[in-house]
Design a protein around this ligand. Structure first.
Ligand SMILES: Cc1ncc(COP(=O)(O)O)c(C=O)c1O
Ligand SMILES: [Zn+2]
Length: 363
């Protein structure tokens, strides 16, 4: 099957050679592509996310931009007296799971012959895009809120990207980047559909590491849903190819201070009135208006999932708890650990939690 881009709103199709990242009607795009999983071949390949080559929509190997990243460890732990598997996605070249999306997206951008990109971010996605652009020799402009952790800002600059600090909210930052996207390609981790074909490798790895079995519960921190939507996309592909038959319950966790998805989940999809945002130490998920909220709600519904919210104190306590177990992660990642503490699970449930970002970048 040929790869095409399809609009979720008006169903218009674009060829894979298009440089359009949003439909002309304003709708979000998806990549229509048939992922395959030749398990025998996959198991013999290098431990990198590119081992799922037949499931990644890049036409020619010569365009691949990779540091041999991925296949991060999945370790069994006891947290708060409950068994859990932690997926150590803070162990990526740029220090977060966003490298999954960046590797596929920047490879596609290389394939399209694009020389300049713009992205907006709370820090980690910007660092990931900057790192892969540095490797690919692509000019890169990253917009971030001025208050972003200094470690992330420094990292983006050191990769050689143009750093644009916006004096305003995360929303204002996205707006500024979208203005620049009128003149250069938008390598957005929320709008650009190729990013999700990278983040989906997170669930491929977990399922392979569990002996090609799906876990019962997947707990993820959610802001824009790049990890949650990626996981759901990957699960559907694995199900379609009969690698798994049942889907794990996806449980999203948000900071109580910025929880539009939890709000919408409780209010049957209604979120227009959500204005309760306050500051949170979980800077990576402080997203008031997630672009793909409908996809997130759909994934929760189809997997019989749920949303959990956690307070600032619960996040701080969970961060201290897990760092003292030897996992040096950032506050945003601790949100899922705090959510797990609150969640009622059965003794034999196979629960997986990602550790999404490295602690060295934050205070
Ligand atoms: C460390 C960390 N964890 C989780 C997330 C969650 O983001 P998303 O919902 O877009 O996957 C982010 C986003 O920036 C992040 O930086
Ligand atoms: Zn459209």
């Amino acid at each position: 099957m040929k790869t095409t881009l399809r609009c979720q709103l008006c169903q218009r199709r674009y060829p894979s050679s298009t440089t359009v990242w949003k439909c002309h009607c304003g709708g979000l795009l998806s990549v229509d592509f048939h992922a395959r999983f030749p398990r025998e071949k996959i198991q013999k390949r290098k431990p990198s996310l590119w081992r799922y080559r037949e499931a990644l929509p890049i036409e020619h190997d010569r365009h691949i931009i990779s540091f041999d990243e991925g296949f991060t460890p999945l370790t069994e732990e006891q947290f708060f007296g409950k068994k859990v598997f932690v997926k150590q996605d803070y162990l990526f070249p740029s220090g977060s799971y966003k490298d999954r999306g960046a590797s596929i997206l920047i490879s596609k951008i290389k394939e399209l012959g694009i020389r300049k990109v713009v992205e907006d971010s709370s820090g980690n996605a910007g660092a990931a895009i900057a790192a892969y652009c540095a490797k690919a020799g692509i000019e890169c402009h990253i917009y971030v809120p001025e208050k972003t952790s200094s470690g992330k800002l420094l990292q983006i600059e050191r990769y050689g990207a143009y750093l644009h600090k916006i004096n305003g909210s995360r929303n204002d930052t996205a707006y500024a980047a979208e203005q620049q996207a009128k003149t250069m390609y938008y390598a957005s981790h929320s709008w650009n559909p190729y990013f999700f074909h990278g983040t989906k490798t997170f669930i491929f790895e977990i399922i392979e590491q569990l002996g090609w079995k799906a876990p019962d519960i997947l707990l993820v921190p959610v802001g824009n849903g790049t990890l949650l939507n990626g996981a759901f996309l990957g699960l559907k592909e694995l199900q379609q190819e009969k690698i798994i038959d049942t889907l794990p319950r996806i449980i999203g966790v948000q900071a109580e201070n910025c929880a539009p998805i939890a709000y919408a989940w409780k209010n049957h999809g209604e979120f227009d009135g959500y204005t309760r945002t306050k500051e949170t130490i979980a800077e990576g998920i402080a997203i008031e208006h997630p672009v793909r909220i409908h996809d997130i709600l759909h994934a929760l519904k189809e997997t019989n999932g749920d949303m959990v919210t956690v307070t600032e104190k619960e996040i701080r306590d969970a961060l201290q708890y897990i760092q003292r177990k030897g996992y040096y992660i950032e506050p945003t990642s601790a949100v899922a650990i705090a959510g797990h503490k609150k969640l009622n699970t059965r003794k034999n449930d196979c629960v997986v939690i990602p550790l999404t970002g490295h602690g060295l970048k934050t205070k």
